[in-house]
Design a protein around this ligand. Structure first.
Ligand SMILES: [Fe+2]
Length: 317
């Protein structure tokens, strides 16, 4: 596949199922990203989510962002800025416990719409995880179970707006990174583009498409699949005109979930030590400090910790 993979999920119910599963497999193996259409979330409902998100931004976020820009003198920068992103964001947590009712400034209608949107996205994320299991030859529910930990996955939505940026070459909308978690479902602006992924050393645009959901895989799926699937670097280039809306929902393992390559995917002895075993919360703590760096040293750091711990056990045995 040479163009960005678009998966029509309706085809999973009919004759086109095998070919569609094959497209998902190819997307997971070669892109780390794909876009789904006919995913079961009603287009009219997505329009409402978009309308209310944009209203909320204009009413409660825009002014604050402009003040931050003025205070830091960002309009006039002359050299590349590496310590901030040109974005205005807030985070809604859905699982294990929702914070939506405590969030300040949200209109009541927006609150209830986002709760419903989260419920539908949770279902879609779990459906997608099972499609991945099927392609990987893992039993149905395997990934969901790993992510569940002792009581619930972590699931939340980062609500972002990327306002027009006068210096997009000097300040990134969002600096390049791979996502730390499991599977990410993104409802992005259908008019203002900007999301790019790194493929074969080139930045490739993720095309805006009305009512689609962009899916991408995080570091945890790379570890669990023993590298069969990879998390992929991506970034947002802010545009000089138009505000880009982005609702990224992260379906991640529970804080206490233990992450390691699925035994069924570790076929050969030589691939056994490619990826470490760790508790997800520890990975997240480490990630926060190194988000905008390459992922490989993160995996290495945890492999080293694991080795040290094993040696410690031997020494005290
Ligand atoms: Fe990301």
């Amino acid at each position: 596949m040479t163009t960005f993979p678009v998966i029509n999920m309706e085809k999973l119910n009919g004759q086109g199922r095998a070919a569609t599963m094959e497209m998902i497999k190819d997307a997971c193996e070669n892109w780390g990203f794909f876009e789904v259409v006919n995913h079961g979330i009603a287009p009219e409902f997505m329009d409402t989510v978009e309308k209310l998100t944009k209203e909320h931004y204009r009413k409660c976020m825009e002014q604050r962002f402009k003040e931050m820009v003025a205070k830091k003198g960002l309009e006039a920068v002359q050299s590349e800025i590496n310590d901030l992103d040109w974005e205005s964001t807030f985070f809604l947590r859905h699982l294990p416990v929702s914070n939506i009712s405590e969030m300040p400034d949200l209109a009541e209608e927006y609150r209830s719409v986002m709760k419903e949107f989260a419920a539908q996205l949770e279902k879609l994320a779990e459906q997608l995880l099972d499609l991945l299991c099927e392609n990987l030859g893992l039993e149905k529910g395997y990934l969901k179970k790993v992510f569940y930990g002792s009581k619930s996955p972590n699931f939340g939505t980062k609500v972002s707006n990327y306002p027009p940026c006068p210096k997009p070459d000097l300040i990134k909308g969002l600096r390049a990174h791979t996502d730390a978690g499991g599977i990410v479902l993104l409802f992005q602006d259908d008019k203002v583009s900007g999301l790019q992924l790194l493929k074969d050393g080139q930045w490739v645009d993720v095309p805006p498409m009305r009512h689609s959901i962009v899916v991408n895989l995080g570091d945890q799926l790379e570890v669990i699949t023993n590298g069969k699937y990879k998390s992929v670097m991506h970034r947002v280039i802010a545009q000089t005109d138009g505000t880009r809306m982005s609702l990224a929902s992260f379906y991640n393992p529970a804080s206490d979930a233990v992450i390691y390559p699925a035994p069924a995917l570790v076929e050969k002895e030589e691939t056994r030590d490619l990826y470490p075993k760790f508790v997800f919360e520890d990975y997240m703590k480490h990630y926060l400090g190194v988000k905008f760096q390459a992922k490989e040293p993160r995996f290495e750091a945890f492999k080293n910790m694991e080795n040290t711990a094993n040696l410690g056990q031997v020494a005290t045995a």
